[in-house]
Design a protein around this ligand. Structure first.
Ligand code: ZN
Length: 204
């Protein structure tokens, strides 16, 4: 269902970071070595490593390294959606976060997937009931862009896909109320994902 996401021409994602972690030691770590970078915590419980991890990337030798712009978006997603969800439900497992173009292609993600921008994460749900509870909680309590309770009919696999994008005010000349990008708050609780290889089912 990510296909409804419009192409982000002139994406403003990294231009006005306004998260609550400004000035925190997390953001000051500028070491670019892969290991150091991936040890970086985006919020109290979510590391950059976790948000970029992919078995498919390892298997195919894809680096899947995000830019600072993407990292800022991942941080927004963690701060506004994943941390509050963790506070409510305890430890949650991210099965797919950021995906570079090559990885997105390799796992069969849709062309304009928000995973490519660092705006989306897939969350493991142990069963449909837990998935429903998380879905409802996000929908009723959190700010989000798109929320899908995804299922593969053939094998009963299910997971939550959730995205968040920062809202950017337009320049004053265009009026205060107008925003370039908004969170759409689009929630679909029975999205049927196309069949895919068993090993890739969580990386949608
Ligand atoms: Zn997804």
């Amino acid at each position: 269902m990510q296909s409804v996401s419009p192409p982000l021409k002139g994406d403003l994602g990294g231009l006005s970071y306004s998260g609550g972690f400004r000035g925190s030691p997390f953001l000051k770590m500028k070491n670019t070595s892969t290991t150091k970078m991936q040890e970086r915590m985006l919020t109290a419980h979510f590391s950059l490593r976790e948000m970029c991890a992919s078995g498919t990337a390892i298997r195919l030798g894809i680096k899947n390294e995000p830019s600072e712009e993407v990292i800022n978006r991942l941080q927004q997603l963690c701060e506004h959606v994943l941390e509050p969800l963790r506070q409510r439900f305890g430890v949650i497992r991210i099965t797919s976060g950021y995906r570079c173009e090559r990885l997105n292609k390799a796992v069969g993600g849709v062309k304009n997937s928000q995973h490519r921008l660092g705006e989306a994460a897939d969350i493991h749900v142990s069963n449909i009931e837990v998935g429903r509870k998380m879905f409802r909680y996000i929908k009723e309590n959190l700010e989000f862009d798109q929320l899908l309770f995804e299922r593969i009919q053939e094998n009963g696999a299910c997971w939550l896909h959730v995205s968040y994008r920062e809202t950017h005010p337009c320049p004053p000349c265009l009026g205060r109320e107008f925003h370039v990008r908004r969170n759409r708050r689009q929630a679909i609780d029975n999205y049927v994902a196309p069949p895919r290889l068993e090993e890739l089912q969580y990386e949608y």
